[in-house]
Design a protein around this ligand. Structure first.
Ligand code: ADP
Ligand code: MG
Length: 470
């Protein structure tokens, strides 16, 4: 069961418990419990108080069992474990709350604080992450159009660009900018209902609602599905992230199509992101034509000035004083993916903290040199090693030969080029003399196959090792 669903069940159970237990019990021990997993009919909860598991099991076990049974429609058991990390975060939050409450000098301020609390509840029910706002998005040449469109949609939902379709390679800020739209709307137009969803969660949630009937076929509209539809159609702004994930998910494609139609007919705003342009996603034409009805905007890797500014902002957040040559060194070596740029920066700062040393250029170089080595691998080296391994030639890879031995070897070579370098599908396609959609398809095929085929997983792994050690 996916995380969102487990959380949803827990919020309903919590609601039951709040109804059935005295306030002091609820607010002392239950409000702060967090949902963990739900597997084999055991619901796992995490507690921030070491004694909560014992207190609950001894005094409120019946109410817990009843609440779960009511929500899930069957008896299940539950387990509560004390979670150290969660407890630390909780204590920090509590300290902040106490500090804040001391600051209220007037009823107006208290009212303002209450509004802010409501706002944060709305943000979490919209499924938004607080990190992703317009204020901390660095704008430059390669993302200014996407930023401009996003800002316009946020200011006038369903009036300007509908749907707004943002695409670009991974790690360029698509999710960030999409969620920023959500935050902006919640803050400025609190009456509008916003919902953000990752396509993968949408697909899993939708598919989990189908239960086979006695003849083994799937029933069509169950109450579960009606509830699911309500959840995604009863909104003013739907933010749907990484839509390329529905490729080949026939059943969900239909559902997404009807959801879009429904929302667009009611003049509700839709924002979509994808790792490629609409026409490059393998989807029915009627679906693609919905995407391009509004505006389609591409994001490209940010220029050096933006990369450096992003790093400086991260350093400010951590209160670190770092010299420019370190920022420049990291920015110069991580050009194509902001997630990796941030990852590199975090590695340097974390290791400096662990080692108890100052961050300077030499230190950053010593931490990052292996990541950078990875990037310097060429397609030629990778293709050569794969060709040797499969007993074919690099020329075969570049040819249009389709013999199964060559195709298979070529797919693995493409997969490893993608995994072991920073190269884009376009540049890999150029090297192999193929279309870039073929490269994407090869990568996905191998990735999927690796989860099922142990023998293949083992030789692809050894190939990876051999190449990395070159
Ligand atoms: P994508 O959805 O395109 O894969 P994300 O939105 O998840 O990428 O961005 C990856 C990381 O990079 C996030 O932490 C995001 O905040 C950060 N990021 C990307 N672009 C920018 C930018 N222009 N300014 C600030 N942070 C950025
Ligand atoms: Mg994303």
């Amino acid at each position: 069961m996916d995380n969102m669903e487990v959380k949803h069940i827990w919020s309903e159970v919590k609601h039951e418990l709040r109804e059935n237990l005295p306030d002091h019990v609820y607010y002392s021990w239950i409000e702060s419990l967090e949902a963990g997993t739900f597997e084999n009919d055991v619901f796992l909860l995490h507690s921030v108080h070491a004694i909560a598991p014992q207190i609950i099991k001894q005094n409120h076990n019946d109410q817990f069992l009843q609440a779960f049974k009511k929500v899930l429609g069957k008896p299940v058991s539950y387990n509560i474990v004390y979670d150290d990390d969660l407890a630390r975060t909780y204590q920090k939050e509590m300290k902040k709350e106490v500090a804040k409450s001391k600051l209220y000098t007037s009823p107006e301020e208290e009212q303002k604080a209450r509004v802010m609390k409501n706002l944060s509840q709305m943000q979490s029910s919209a499924n938004l992450d607080l990190k992703y706002k317009f204020e901390n998005f660095v704008v430059g040449e390669t993302n200014k159009r996407a930023y401009g469109c996003a800002k316009m949609v946020a200011q006038s939902p369903a009036e300007k660009f509908n749907p707004l379709f943002i695409y670009g390679a991974p790690g360029l800020g698509k999710t960030h900018i999409m969620q920023a739209i959500g935050h902006y709307i919640i803050f400025n137009k609190p009456d509008l209902k916003v919902r953000y969803v990752k396509t993968v969660d949408f697909v899993n949630e939708y598919m989990s609602k189908f239960s086979p009937s006695t003849d083994g076929r799937f029933k069509n509209v169950t109450p579960e599905i009606a509830k699911f539809r309500q959840k995604y159609r009863n909104v003013d702004v739907l933010l749907i992230d990484d839509i390329q994930f529905i490729e080949s998910k026939t059943k969900t494609i239909e559902e997404v199509f009807h959801t879009f139609d429904y929302l667009l007919n009611k003049n509700k705003q839709i924002v979509i992101t994808s790792d490629r342009a609409p026409k490059e996603i393998m989807l029915p034409e009627r679906m693609t034509s919905r995407f391009i009805k509004g505006v389609v905007v591409e994001m490209k890797p940010p220029e050096a000035a933006v990369r450096i500014q992003i790093l400086k902002n991260l350093a400010d957040l951590k209160n670190l004083n770092i010299s420019d040559d370190v920022f420049e060194y990291i920015a110069e070596n991580f050009k194509n993916n902001v997630r990796e740029l941030e990852g590199a920066f975090n590695n340097v700062t974390t290791f400096a903290e662990i080692d108890g040393v100052e961050i300077n250029l030499e230190f950053a170089q010593s931490v990052l040199q292996c990541d950078i080595k990875k990037k310097s691998l060429t397609y030629d080296v990778i293709a050569q090693k794969c060709a040797e391994f499969f007993d074919v030639t690099v020329k075969d890879f570049k040819s249009s030969a389709r013999a199964s031995k060559i195709s298979k070897a070529r797919q693995v070579a493409v997969y490893l080029c993608r995994e072991l370098t920073e190269g884009s599908y376009e540049s890999i396609a150029e090297y192999f003399n193929k279309k870039h959609t073929t490269m994407m398809y090869s990568w996905e095929l191998v990735k999927e196959e690796l989860t099922k085929n142990k023998e293949m997983a083992s030789y692809v792994n050894s190939l990876k090792k051999i190449i990395k050690e070159l």
